[in-house]
Write a protein that binds this ligand. Structure first.
Ligand SMILES: [Zn+2]
Length: 127
């Protein structure tokens, strides 16, 4: 009896992932520039600049990729089939799928599973 679990109010997630997407790029760029500056300014006299600068450069390149990979990995959509109430778990990359129980064609929308063609209802069209 877990049908009355309110799993709505999650529409702000796509904006949130877009925000952290640009945030990770900003951090990477900042680390990259810091590494460049340190290796240029300190690296003239000793090799200390390179010891600190090169790891920062690498971190600046790897960190955004690492964070972006986590973003794309976590979008798991789980819901119930609107026809037979079977539990379906799929990824956000899936656009359409067939229910494994009743074989109805389903659409993966904004982090929920809905019947195909339900979003455009004929009563909203006025000529
Ligand atoms: Zn079904």
């Amino acid at each position: 009896m877990d049908t009355d679990k309110p799993e709505v109010a999650r529409t702000g997630r796509s904006f949130d992932s877009a925000y952290s997407f640009s945030f990770s790029i900003a951090i990477g760029l900042l680390l990259f520039i810091a590494g460049l500056v340190i290796s240029l300014t300190l690296g003239q006299g000793a090799s200390i600049g390179l010891i600190f600068g090169i790891p920062l450069l690498i971190a600046g390149l790897v960190l955004p990729l690492f964070m972006m990979r986590g973003l794309f990995h976590h979008n798991v959509v789980s819901g119930e089939c609107p026809y037979c109430s079977a539990r379906i778990t799929t990824s956000d990359a899936t656009i359409r799928l067939n229910c494994p129980v009743c074989k109805h064609l389903l659409e993966v929308g904004e982090l929920k599973i809905q019947p195909v063609g339900d979003s455009k209802r004929p009563e909203a069209i006025h000529e």
